[in-house]
Design a protein around this ligand. Structure first.
Ligand SMILES: [Mg+2]
Length: 218
């Protein structure tokens, strides 16, 4: 079995076929938009001027910059209450359902494992009934452990270039797809780097993945 701690994942029973590893925040669930609403509700505001949270969040009472520790606390509170805020990204469930006919799908989310159960319920509510790994470890080694040396085609979808490049470093044969729902943050995002396919939405991502899967044996 894979070397990912039991506390971090659902049952993972992969078939003898292609594997699609898919991020959650900004890929299948809205994150930035509901987090902005959550911040307003808690006396803060996200004013995106660069591709990061810390440094772009301000206290509404006095316009002072919200410090790193307080941003971390706000994120923790948001993930604790995520089922009351986060909504599905349009077309994600339909695309994944079509792709799941030909490939296994596993969610890999960079979120503390203590929030797994609430996220599991939220995903199931929106038709995302694929197993999930929640870990704060780098994604490249996690994907390598999950795929475990198999020959089947591998696809990785994420909004963050460091995650895409982490997987590229450990599993260079992977089709890497950059996908991000929030328009403001996507416009501020650094280029995801060499070897990464950029998709504007799920229809484009699905077409890229379908082409990749049909071009490879197995
Ligand atoms: Mg993400």
């Amino acid at each position: 079995m894979i070397r990912i701690p039991d506390a971090e994942h659902d049952d993972l029973n992969l078939g003898e076929r292609a594997l699609i590893v898919c991020d959650i925040d900004e890929v299948v669930l809205e994150f930035i938009t509901p987090f902005q609403a959550f911040l307003i509700d808690n006396g803060h505001e996200l004013r995106p001027r660069s591709f990061r949270l810390t440094g772009n969040i301000f206290n509404l009472a006095d316009s002072s910059e919200t410090g790193h520790d307080e941003v971390e606390q706000l994120l923790e509170s948001f993930f604790t209450a995520q089922d009351g805020w986060q909504t599905p990204i349009k077309a994600a469930a339909d695309s994944l359902a079509r792709l799941s006919e030909d490939a296994d799908i596993v969610f890999l989310t960079a979120m503390p494992p203590r929030h797994r159960s609430v996220r599991r319920i939220l995903l199931d509510q929106h038709g995302f009934d694929y197993p999930m790994i929640a870990t704060e470890a780098p994604k490249g080694p996690a994907v390598k452990a999950l795929h475990a040396g198999r020959d089947h085609p591998l696809v990785f979808i994420d909004d963050i270039f460091t995650n895409l490049q982490s997987v590229r470093a450990h599993m260079p044969e992977t089709l890497l797809v950059n996908l991000m729902a929030n328009d403001a943050f996507r416009a501020l995002a650094p280029h995801p780097g060499d070897g990464v396919a950029m998709a504007g939405d799920w229809n484009e991502a699905e077409a890229l993945i379908r082409t990749h899967l049909t071009s490879l044996p197995g």
